[in-house]
Each structure stands twice: as structure tokens, then as C-alpha cells.
Ligand binder design. Structure first.
Ligand code: GLC
Ligand code: CA
Length: 550
């Protein structure tokens, strides 16, 4: 069952990856066109964001039919071809299962709305008057988490968009329906699954007001979540497949249980604590410079505790819900190349399975949109209004979105210097950032020193060393304000990773004698007896061999 430890996953945000039929929207055939690129990059699995039938209120995370493909993304034949072509290249597809909620356009919800009590029990409806919300919980996209269905005199729960109604997992029929969906895609030849916000599926028995938060403490890592995951995995026979759960506001204790192989729940977990170190007082919409010491401490906590209890982390800095890491923790101007490579190393060689989000391997940056009309995401549009209501000026609200909007990670993949970055010949559904003539795959393929070529080396290096695939981790310079340092070790082989997180030079007293330089983001460093000087955002990877290398 160690099948996923040596693997690298690449996340494809379908809508923005490659448009094959020139309608401005990425699609399945677009992925087929780019499989050679992904094969050369060296990734093993492709996680594709949802392509199921959907009204697209939340870009496909609002699913109206889990067993059919939305025509704007292609056909079942296209998917069959994509599966066959990925298989041929020794890669596998991971599908995104959005099981906490369905679209309100789903047939189940439509029957519920028509008053069919069997289907009302698929969701979370509460009786009540239209002027009295069942609880004061807030939607993750802003506003109340309940919507009134007047003709039923009932409220329904939506932790996300009003058109994403939460499913009632306590109903065994719902669980059976969801298992059928997994079996269906498994039989198609899909090789793994990502489970969307799966730690929110178990709701409390009693729904009460939250006097000190937005309600999340009542439903996050809920009391039956582990039981439900075990049942889902066992009854669909996916124990041997790669699975990852997206865990919202979770704890390390729960992630140990989700990912410890003995529990037979999931292969690994995404958690987001390290991506909140630039939220002022934990509020995403209040800007703050990233607290790099807090970032380090979170890495240390999650790495060490997961290791001690045999849990497994999904390693990532970017996804479709996050601004670009290079713009956030690095420097997307003067030290663009150096800091992109350093950030890659900083996360990639930790203990866990690394994920690359499309464009990250090119050093794609935030979008720097300057007008609300350029934004597409419902969360951004909602919060723009909320920020104005709170008294922020338009300029401040735009500045906040420019740093925090999920659209920063959703702009079209920058393939080449042609119009629309080679993503499409048609105006894309979301604007292309201005920097595509410099930052694009074609340019970087030509440059041996590019971020893209560095990622290729990094992937091969990770695969070539058992210490990186399976070894333990220990941290170095834990209290150092600027340097993230760690060592991975196994069978007498040690890999030492040193990352200067800041735009300044740092002197390390230690000489790292008997170490060989293997990788870095500047020209090769001589390792001597003198100590080590790290330049702006410099990272070096060193190796010490005692025994044979595996
Ligand atoms: C996850 C997805 C995000 C979506 C939300 C609701 O966080 O990654 O894109 O909006 O779940 O499904
Ligand atoms: Ca298209």
C-alpha cells in the first residue's frame, strides 16, 4: 500500500488549462493535446477539477449530474480517450468528488423542492419561519448558510453557494448513491480520487448558534466523519487507489486518522493552515505580509506530528482556490526565477506527496486585475460587496481581491507568446495576465535554466532517492528567522535542504563538510570548511552518503 509515496500529482483546472475547440473554455480534448508536455514534466497522476454536468455557479463544484460530462468540457468518448492516452504514458487520472453538497439543479434537490419527503431527507432542511434563520452560521462565500424555500416553509443548509445544498450523510440512502458514483468512475478506469471539503460531511445532531465563530466548529471533522469515510472506501473497494481529502480548518489529530493506512480511510490530506499565515487575525480579507516564522512552525508541526503517527501529507502551495505562491511568499519581480525555484524546493522535498498546480511549474503569478469586471469567482464578487458595505473604498477592495481572490490561480495556462497565451484563439472566459509573453511554457522549454526545467530535475531527483520518497524528516535551524532547513534520511543517505525565505543574504556557520551539492537555484555552490552563505531566496540541496544510495 505504499503506492503513492513516490508519486507526483499535477492539478489541472480544466476550465483554464487548454481550449481545443476555440470557445474560450478549457476542455478534455485540450488535456489530451498537452499530455506529452505533462509526460515530459514527469508527473504521475493528473487530478482534474470537476467536469460533470453543472450550472457552473462555482465552476463545476456545483454538480447537477455526477455521471455525465458537461458538454462544454467534452463527451464521454473524450474522457475514454483521455484515460487511454494517460494510461499509455504511465500516468493516471484522479477525479474530483464533490460529495459534501450537490447543485440545487441536481434531480435529487429538485424532487426535494417539489415536496418529495424521501428526497428532502437527502439534504438538510429545517422547519421555520422566513424571518428566523435556524442558526447564525455563515456561508464560506459570505452571507448566511441557510436559504428559505418559501413554499415548503423550510430552510436548507448551504455551507457554500446558495445553489450548493449540503447533503445529509446521516441518511444511508445518500451514502449508497455516492458509492454508486465512485464505482461508476472506477470502472471507467480512473485511478484515484480527490474528495472536496470531505471533512465537512458529518453534521451535528443538534444545530445551535455559534457565539464565537461562523459555525464551522459544529460541522468540521464532525462526529461521524471517520466512520463515513471508512464505509465509503470499504464499500467501493478504493483502498488501493490514491485518494486525497481536502480538509477545511482541520486538526493534525484528525488528519492522522484520515491518512494513517491502518485506518483505511484516505491516502493523504490537504490542510490549509500554512496558507493562512498572511491573514490578519485569521481573516482572509484583511491583508498582512506573510509571517514566515509562522509558516515554518506550521511545516514543522504538521511534518513531525504526521510522521510520528504515520500520517501522510499532500504537499502543496498552490491550487485553484489560492493566490499564486510566487506572488505571495516569493518575489514575482526581480527574483522571480530564484524565488519560484526556492519555493518549489521548500515544499517538494518534505515528507509527503507533492502536488503541482498548473502554471506553478512556469512561475505563473497573480493576475493583478484592476477592475471588478475582470473577476469571475462568486466568492470574490460577494466579498467585493461585503468589503464595500464594511466601509472600504473601491480601491481598497480591489487591492484586497488582487491579493486574495481565487481567480489569481484560475487565469488561463500560459502556453506561448501568441494571443491569449496560446490557451485559445477565442477570448478566454477569464482574462490572461499581462506577463504571458515572458512567462510561458514555450519560452521555458527553450531555456535550460528555466523554472520549468528546474521542476523536471526536482521531480526526477525526488524519485531517485528513497530518503525523499519514504525517509524521515528532521528540521534544522528551527528558530532561524530566515532559513527553512530540513534533512530527509533513510538507510545512511541524507538529503539536506536549506532555503533562504527572504530577499537578503544569510550566513550559516555550519560548513556541511562531506556533503555533495546536488541542486540549487543559483550557480553551483562550493561546499567547503568555511560555512555557507545563502543569497537572496537561495536554496541548496546537499547530499551525504554513508551507505549505498537507493
Ligand atoms: C473546495 C473547492 C472549491 C469549492 C468548494 C466548494 O474548497 O476546492 O473550489 O468552491 O470546495 O465545493
Ligand atoms: Ca473549449
Amino acid at each position: 500500500m505504499e503506492y503513492f509515496k513516490d508519486k507526483v500529482v499535477y492539478q489541472i483546472y480544466l476550465k483554464s488549462f487548454k481550449d481545443s475547440n476555440q470557445d474560450g473554455i478549457g476542455d478534455l480534448r485540450g488535456i489530451i493535446e498537452k499530455l506529452d508536455y505533462l509526460e515530459v514534466l514527469g508527473v504521475d497522476y493528473l487530478w482534474i477539477t470537476p467536469f460533470f454536468v453543472s450550472p457552473q455557479n462555482d465552476n463545476g463544484y456545483d454538480i447537477a449530474d455526477y455521471l455525465n460530462i458537461d458538454p462544454r468540457f467534452g463527451t464521454m468518448e473524450d474522457l475514454d480517450e483521455l484515460i487511454a492516452e494517460t494510461d499509455k504514458r504511465g500516468m493516471g487520472l484522479m477525479l474530483d468528488m464533490v460529495f459534501n453538497h450537490t447543485s440545487t439543479h441536481h434531480a435529487w434537490f429538485q424532487r426535494a423542492l417539489a415536496g418529495d419527503s424521501e428526497y428532502m431527507d437527502y439534504y438538510i432542511f429545517k422547519d421555520g419561519r422566513s424571518d428566523r434563520l435556524p442558526t447564525n452560521w455563515e456561508s464560506k462565500f459570505g452571507g448566511p448558510a441557510w436559504k428559505y424555500a418559501g413554499h415548503l416553509k423550510k430552510w436548507y443548509l448551504h455551507l457554500f453557494h446558495v445553489e450548493q445544498a449540503d447533503l445529509n450523510w446521516d441518511n444511508p440512502k445518500v451514502r449508497e448513491e455516492l458509492k454508486k458514483i465512485i464505482r461508476f468512475w472506477k470502472e471507467k478506469g480512473v485511478r484515484g480520487f480527490r474528495f472536496d471539503v470531505v471533512n465537512l460531511i458529518s453534521k451535528p445532531e443538534v444545530f445551535a448558534d455559534d457565539n464565537c465563530g461562523d459555525g464551522r466548529r459544529f460541522y468540521t471533522d464532525g462526529h461521524r466523519v471517520h466512520e463515513y469515510l471508512k464505509e465509503l472506501v470499504r464499500d467501493t473497494g478504493i483502498e488501493e487507489m490514491i485518494t486525497v481529502g481536502e480538509m477545511s480548518s482541520t486538526t493534525v489529530e484528525n488528519c492522522i486518522r484520515y491518512s494513517n493506512p491502518e485506518e483505511q480511510e484516505l491516502s493523504m490530506c490537504f490542510n490549509f493552515h500554512h496558507l493562512k499565515v498572511d491573514y490578519r487575525n485569521g481573516d482572509k480579507w484583511e491583508l498582512m505580509k506573510p509571517d514566515l516564522m509562522a509558516l515554518k512552525k506550521l511545516y514543522i508541526k504538521w511534518q513531525i506530528e504526521m510522521q510520528e503517527h504515520n500520517g501522510w501529507n499532500a504537499l502543496f502551495l498552490c491550487n485553484h482556490d489560492q493566490p499564486r505562491a510566487i506572488s505571495r511568499f516569493g518575489n514575482d519581480g526581480e527574483y522571480w526565477k530564484e524565488s519560484a525555484k526556492m519555493l518549489a524546493v521548500s515544499i517538494f522535498l518534505q515528507r509527503g506527496t507533492p502536488y503541482i498546480y498548473q502554471g506553478e511549474e512556469l512561475g505563473m503569478t497573480n493576475a493583478y486585475f484592476s477592475d471588478i469586471e475582470q473577476y469571475r469567482d462568486v466568492e470574490s464578487r460577494n466579498y467585493y460587496k461585503i468589503l464595500l458595505e464594511k466601509g472600504k473604498s473601491k480601491a481598497e477592495a480591489i487591492q484586497t481581491l488582487a491579493a486574495r481572490s481565487r481567480d489569481n490561480g484560475r487565469t488561463p495556462m500560459q502556453w506561448n507568446e501568441e494571443m491569449f497565451a496560446g490557451f485559445s484563439k477565442h477570448m478566454p472566459w477569464i482574462p490572461v495576465p499581462d506577463n504571458y509573453q515572458k512567462i510561458n511554457a514555450m519560452e521555458e522549454e527553450k531555456d535550460p535554466d528555466s523554472i520549468l526545467n528546474f521542476y523536471k530535475q526536482l521531480i526526477q531527483f525526488r524519485k531517485s532517492r528513497k530518503a525523499l520518497r519514504e525517509g524521515n524528516i528532521a528540521f534544522l535551524y528551527e528558530e532561524h528567522p530566515d532559513v527553512l532547513g530540513y534533512v530527509r534520511y533513510c538507510d545512511g543517505n541524507e538529503i539536506i535542504v536549506l532555503c533562504n525565505l527572504r530577499k537578503k543574504c544569510v550566513e550559516l556557520k555550519e560548513a556541511f563538510e562531506h556533503c555533495k551539492y546536488v541542486l540549487g537555484n543559483y550557480e553551483k555552490v562550493e561546499i567547503g570548511v568555511e560555512g555557507l552563505r545563502l543569497r537572496e531566496y537561495e536554496c541548496v540541496v546537499l547530499e551525504k552518503r554513508i551507505g549505498a544510495i537507493h
